[in-house]
Design a protein around this ligand. Structure first.
Ligand SMILES: [Zn+2]
Length: 270
C-alpha cells in the first residue's frame, strides 16, 4: 500500500524524454514508482488529462515580503513551483532599521512593481538583522520550499543611512562593514548575495545601481545576480545549499525528493 498514488497522468519526468501516460507512487517523502500501473494508495489522485512533473525551481522571485506572511506563496505554488529563491536584483528587507522600513518598501515598489500598500500592511518587521529575518521566515509554515538571498540595497542603507539614499560612494569602512554583514548572512543561511546592473532598477530615490556594484559589499566575492556571471552565481548558491537553512515542505527537513506537483495540462507554464 503506497501513501499516495497519482493515477493516469501524463508524466514528464524532467529528463528530456517525451511525456508518457502512467501512475506515480509515493511512500513517505520518497518517489517509489514512476510509470506503469501502481498498486493501491492510501490516498489517490486521478490525473487523467493533467501533467505530472517534478516541482519547478524558480530562482528569480521577489517574495521577500510575501514570504513573511503567506504560507501558500500564491501564485507560484499554483503553477507547480515547489522551490523559490528571493532577495534578487539587490532589493530586499534585511538587514533593516525601523526608520528605513518605508524606504525599502518604496524601492521594492519602484523597481519590482509590488504594491507598496500591500507590503506596508503585510510586513510585520519583527527582525533587524538578516539572521533575524531568516528566523521570522522559519516561524511561518510553508506549502513550498524557500531560499533567501542577502541583497545589496538594504545592506547599503543599513550601513550608510542617508548617504546610501543620496547615492554617495561607499567608504572603505562602509565596504568592510557591508562585507561583514554579508558574511554573517551567508553563515546564517542566505543562499547568496545579489545586486543589479539593470538600468531599470535605478530610481530617483537611489537603487542598487552600477556604481554601488563596483564599490559595494563584497560583490566580487559573492557574485551578482544578473549578467553573464549568473551561471557562476548559481553554482556558488548551490555550494551553499548544503549548509544553508532549508525550510522544507513538511517542517521536518532532510527530504531530497519531493512529490511532484500536478499542473493542469491546458494551462501554459509561465
Ligand atoms: Zn528581479
Amino acid at each position: 500500500m503506497h501513501d499516495l498514488v497519482i493515477r493516469g497522468g501524463t508524466i514528464v519526468d524532467g529528463t528530456g524524454s517525451p511525456g508518457f501516460t502512467g501512475d506515480l507512487a509515493i511512500n513517505g517523502d520518497r518517489i517509489a514508482q514512476v510509470g506503469g500501473k501502481a498498486g493501491p494508495g492510501r490516498r489517490e489522485v486521478q490525473a487523467e488529462g493533467r501533467l505530472v512533473t517534478p516541482g519547478w525551481v524558480d530562482v528569480h522571485t521577489h517574495y521577500d515580503g510575501q514570504a513573511t506572511w503567506d504560507p501558500v506563496l500564491a501564485p507560484s505554488s499554483w503553477h507547480g513551483v515547489t522551490t523559490i529563491l528571493f532577495g534578487n536584483c539587490g532589493v530586499g528587507f534585511a538587514p533593516v532599521r525601523k526608520r528605513d522600513h518605508q524606504g525599502l518598501i518604496d524601492l521594492m515598489e519602484g523597481v519590482e512593481d509590488i504594491p507598496g500598500i500591500a507590503l506596508a500592511e503585510g510586513l510585520k518587521w519583527d527582525w533587524e538583522s538578516f539572521p533575524d529575518y531568516l528566523d521570522a521566515l522559519e516561524r511561518l509554515p510553508r506549502s513550498i520550499d524557500i531560499g533567501a538571498q542577502v541583497a545589496h540595497h538594504p545592506l547599503r542603507v543599513y550601513v550608510m543611512g542617508d548617504r546610501a539614499i543620496r547615492r554617495e560612494n561607499a567608504t572603505a569602512e562602509d565596504i568592510a562593514e557591508m562585507a561583514r554583514l554579508t558574511e554573517e548572512a551567508l553563515r546564517a543561511g542566505a543562499f547568496g548575495f545579489t545586486t543589479s546592473r539593470t538600468d531599470q532598477h535605478k530610481t530617483p530615490a537611489g537603487g542598487a545601481g552600477a556604481r554601488p556594484l563596483r564599490r559595494g559589499a563584497g560583490a566580487d566575492r559573492h557574485r551578482p545576480c544578473h549578467g553573464p556571471r549568473r551561471p557562476r552565481y548559481l553554482r556558488h548558491a548551490l555550494r551553499f545549499r548544503g549548509r544553508g537553512r532549508r525550510i522544507p515542505l513538511d517542517g521536518r527537513g532532510g527530504a531530497r525528493e519531493r512529490p511532484p506537483t500536478l499542473v493542469p495540462a491546458d494551462r501554459p507554464f509561465l
